[in-house]
Structures are given as structure tokens and as C-alpha cells.
Design a protein. Sequence first.
Length: 78
Amino acid sequence: MEVLVLDVINELKKDYGLDENSMEFELIQTLALNNLPPKYFPPNASEGEKKSFLLDKQRHIMVMAAIARAVELVKYPL
């Protein structure tokens, strides 16, 4: 899940005005990961299984939503 979250954050960082080296970036990544279900692959998992996981549209949307919530909490706290 970490790889997917990092990929999506990198896609969205310009939209949210995030600097990759900032504490804000790391905090958003951490919050998003904490609000997503973990996914582990066994050592014998094929590259196809891993690629399928990363390319799943519904999972991508779920990750985008988690990142958006994390951005709201970090950048616009109440």
C-alpha cells in the first residue's frame, strides 16, 4: 500500500502544493496510510499480481480519497 500511496501523492503534490521534502508531505502520507487497509504480498507473489494491485481503479480512488482527507487535516485544521 505504501508504494501506491506514494505514487498517488506524487501525482497530486502539485495540485495540493506539497513539497516532497517537507514534514507536511510525510505527515499526509502517514495519515493516508493509517486510514487504509494494509496489503502484503507473499514472497512468491507474481509481478502480475503486484501490478494488478497497483493498477486497480477502485483502489486508486480509495487512496486518492484518503490522501484528500489527510491533506484537509494537515493543511486546513479546524
